[in-house]
Design a protein around this ligand. Structure first.
Ligand code: ADP
Ligand code: MG
Length: 262
C-alpha cells in the first residue's frame, strides 16, 4: 500500500495547485505537452484528461506518438514543453520511481518476465516492495488469481504461452496497487482467443479494483471490446475523442487508419 493511500486527495493538494484549479477527479492531466526529437515533434501540444477509475484507450497509426505519450507520463522521457499532473500533483520533472510510489504503474510493449523464475516468484518481486509476511503472501495469491494463473503458479514463467506471459505482466504491474495502470499494446502478437481473454481481464480489473487504465492499442476490434472512451492520436496531436461508436464510424478516423495500417 503506498504511503499516500488513505489520505484525502484534497489534503494532498498544495495551495498553489488549488490556485491553478487542478481537479482531483481527473487522475491524469497533461497541459500543452510537447516532445521534440531533433526536428521531429512526436507529441505536439497535447491536453489530455483521464478521470479516476476510467478505462481510456489511446489509438492511432504507427508513429502517431502513443508510446512517447506514455513515456512522458511515466517519466522515462522529459517533455520539451508542457506539464503532467497526477492526482493533482505536478509530476512533470518527478523521478519515475516516485511516480510509481504515488500510484502510477506501466506494462511496457516488450514482455520482460523472468523466464527462469516460477510464475509465483515473478509476482513476488513487485509485491514484496510494498508488503511483507502474511499480507505479502495474500497479495501474491490474489494477484495470481486476478491473472488467471493460480493453477500455473509453480511452473517457470518461460513455459507460459505469449498470451499468458502478457497476462502475468499486467498482473505484476497491477500488484503494485496503482491508481492508474498504463498498458502499451497489451495484445501485440497474441492469438484472437488470447486477445479476448486479456480484454475480459482488463475490464474486470477496471471494475473490481477501481483501477483507471490508459490502454494503447492498434487493434480497433480489441479497443471496441474494452473502451468507454477513446482518444485518437495522429501526428502527435489529439485528432478525435469520443465513444468507441463515434470513433469507429468516423470517416476521417478510418482514413488515417487505412493510411497508417501496417
Ligand atoms: P507510436 O507508439 O504511436 O507508434 P512513437 O511514440 O513510438 O509512436 O513515435 C512517434 C514518433 O517519434 C515516430 O516518428 C518515432 O520515430 C519518433 N520517436 C520515438 N521515440 C524516439 C526517440 N527516442 N528518438 C527519436 N525519435 C523517436
Ligand atoms: Mg508504440
Amino acid at each position: 500500500m503506498s504511503d499516500a493511500e488513505g489520505m484525502d486527495p484534497a489534503v494532498k493538494q498544495t495551495a498553489a495547485e488549488r490556485a491553478t484549479g487542478v481537479d482531483t477527479d481527473t487522475i491524469l492531466k497533461t497541459e500543452g505537452l510537447t516532445k521534440r526529437f531533433g526536428g521531429l515533434t512526436a507529441i505536439d501540444d497535447v491536453d489530455l484528461g483521464i478521470e479516476a477509475g476510467e478505462l481510456r484507450c489511446l489509438i492511432g497509426p504507427n508513429g502517431a506518438g502513443k508510446s512517447t505519450m506514455l513515456n512522458l507520463v511515466t517519466g522515462a522521457l522529459t517533455p520539451s514543453e508542457g506539464s503532467v499532473y497526477f492526482q493533482g500533483h505536478d509530476i512533470t520533472r518527478m523521478d519515475p520511481h516516485e511516480r510509481i510510489r504515488r500510484g502510477l504503474s506501466i506494462k511496457f510493449q516488450v514482455p520482460s518476465v523472468y523466464e527462469d523464475l516460477s510464475v509465483r516468484e515473478n509476482v513476488r518481486l513487485p509485491v514484496q516492495r510494498l508488503a511483507s509476511g502474511d499480507d505479502r503472501d495474500r497479495r501474491i495469491e490474489e494477484t495470481l488469481a486476478t491473472a488467471g494463473l493460480a493453477d500455473k503458479a509453480d511452473v517457470t514463467a518461460g513455459v507460459l504461452s505469449h498470451g499468458e506471459q502478457q497476462q502475468l505482466e499486467i498482473a505484476m504491474a497491477a500488484a503494485l496497487d496503482p491508481d492508474l495502470l498504463l498498458l502499451d499494446e497489451p495484445v501485440a502478437g497474441m492469438a484472437v482467443d488470447e486477445r479476448a481473454e486479456v480484454a475480459d481481464r482488463i475490464t474486470s480489473m477496471n471494475a473490481d479494483l477501481d483501477l483507471a487504465f490508459v490502454v494503447i492499442e492498434h487493434d480497433i476490434d480489441f479497443v471496441a471490446r474494452i473502451a468507454d472512451h477513446v482518444t485518437v492520436l495522429d501526428q502527435g496531436q489529439i485528432f478525435r475523442e469520443g465513444s468507441i461508436e463515434e470513433i469507429r464510424d468516423d470517416p476521417e478516423v478510418r482514413r488515417i487508419y487505412l493510411g497508417g495500417e501496417e
